[in-house]
Design a protein around this ligand. Structure first.
Ligand code: PLP
Length: 464
């Protein structure tokens, strides 16, 4: 059974695909783009907010899932905060208009500079380890922090089905490993000595982690907070940042599991978490954006090799990095559309769908039954709104594609540019064009490598 929400998602996506082809935004000159469903994003935020009901929560969006400023702006407008984990993400969030009290800075590798910046502005910081805590001691000694400061813990509840996405394993690189000898005592001690520490943070998993595992990790985190407050005889821990990590269904348009499923699991495993005594913060990423994004590519060529049909598209490892390198863990649904961007209804045949990168494994689907693809057709990769076109991988110096947001209003598709396509000139400039002579000059004191000074281009002056 398909829900009304899934039907809307699909019909809006199909309307948008036809529209970008009709408008020539997707075509021979721009054979690849990303699409975002604006109403879908808003309804994902609504579903998250509704799931927590009356419990006071600051819902932040994990910027790494889709670090595009207009997307962050949309989420700010929908009432969210933002979780950032690098200077770039922090600046993107500020550019999107998030105020400091709606930001959370995570990251296992914060520099002194980043810590100073965040603490001076009252941005919430989650400390990853005791060395980082010592740095904060030094900064706070000069100037007291105004925002919340928490310690990230790793409840070590175990892994999900994707090792690289499992943050709560015994040997995970994140947070203070709670089950290690002496760890709980060390955390209690840290709070006892620092009255300005007032939060615990846990992000238990991501894609591939069952809801029960996430709930078990948050139960351990809640119990630690109660323990710390009991030992100290005061409610020093006032906030719990419970991370993100709700997995996404890559097999259908349906949201499954839902935010409501997640909260139901929490109510079962750790009901006290939601009773309002702790200020909660969430940090969802994939579950808010993934199903609201699509990669669209033209089919450039088709061929047959060893009996297998192959469609060569412009969407490969540069935009679908995880799927290409870990196809079992990150399978994507593929849609076949004709040259007008309308669904192809011809009989299905087994095909591979390949990308443009120059390595043999650059395939987004292998042995997939699809209507037979032809040059000029359009291929869509579904559920790619998080960690796909927004997390570009610069292999083969392929440019970042344009991204458009869409809404369907009264059967009419409205489009808005989110990000322009990177130009080839930008690719060249970003690859050190300003230093074109640097290595030749380093190798020879006398020769520039050019027959005469006249032939030597100015730095940054590159024919593209
Ligand atoms: C990546 C990350 C998130 C978001 O994870 P999703 O699986 O996208 O929900 C939240 N918090 C932290 C600390 C993260 O590293």
């Amino acid at each position: 059974m398909t829900s009304a929400a899934a039907r809307r998602r699909r019909s809006a996506r199909e309307a948008a695909l036809a529209r970008v082809v009709e408008q020539g935004l997707l075509g021979p000159e721009q054979p690849l783009l990303g699409l975002l469903d604006v109403d879908g994003i808003r309804s994902s935020v609504d579903a998250l907010t509704a799931a927590f009901g009356d419990t006071p929560v600051l819902h932040t969006f994990a910027a790494k899932a889709c670090g595009l400023v207009p997307v962050l702006r949309l989420l700010a407008d929908a009432g969210m905060g933002c979780e950032v984990a690098s200077p770039g993400e922090l600046e993107q969030a500020l550019a999107a208009g998030f105020t400091p009290e709606r930001l959370v800075l995570d990251s296992p590798a914060k520099t002194v500079e980043e810590l100073r910046y965040a603490l001076a502005r009252g941005i919430a910081v989650n400390v990853d380890n005791f060395q980082e805590l010592a740095r904060i001691d030094a900064i706070v000694a000069e100037r007291p922090a105004t925002g919340p400061i928490g310690i990230r813990v790793n409840p070590q509840v175990g892994a999900g089905t994707i090792g690289a996405m499992s943050t709560a394993t015994t040997t995970s690189k994140f947070g203070i490993a709670l089950r290690d000898p002496g760890a709980v005592e060390a955390v209690v001690e840290a709070f006892a000595r620092r009255p300005w520490l007032n939060r615990l943070h846990a992000h238990v998993g991501s894609q591939g982690c069952p809801l029960s595992l996430i709930a078990a990790g948050l139960r351990a985190t809640y119990e630690l907070a109660e323990h710390v407050n009991a030992v100290l005889g005061r409610r020093q821990i006032t906030g719990l940042d419970i991370g993100g990590g709700l997995p996404v269904n890559f097999a259908a348009d349906e949201d499954d599991p839902t935010f409501a499923d997640h909260v139901a699991e929490l109510r079962e495993a750790v009901p006290e978490l939601l009773d309002g005594r702790y200020e909660l913060v969430t940090e969802f990423g994939r579950s808010l954006l993934a199903k609201n994004g699509t990669i669209a590519s033209l089919v450039e060529y088709t061929k047959s090799a060893g009996g297998r049909r192959i469609a060569i598209t412009h969407a490969g490892a540069q935009v679908a990095t995880r799927t290409v390198f870990m196809p079992e863990a990150w399978p994507l649904r593929v849609g076949a559309f004709d040259a007008h961007g309308r669904p192809k209804r011809t009989p299905e045949e087994i095909q591979d769908v390949a990308g443009p990168c120059c390595f043999a494994g650059d395939l987004t689907a292998v042995g997939r039954p699809l209507p037979l693809l032809e040059p000029g057709d359009v291929v869509a990769l579904y559920d790619t709104g998080a960690y796909y076109f927004s997390s570009h991988f610069a292999y083969n110096s392929l440019p970042r594609p344009a991204v458009y947001g869409y809404r369907v209003v009264d059967d009419e598709v409205r489009l808005a540019i989110v990000r322009e396509a990177q130009t080839v000139r930008e690719v060249v400039l970003e690859s050190g064009a300003a230093h074109v002579h640097a290595l030749v000059d380093l190798g020879s004191a006398t020769s520039s490598g050019y027959p005469s000074e006249h032939d030597r281009p100015e730095p940054g002056e590159v024919a593209v």
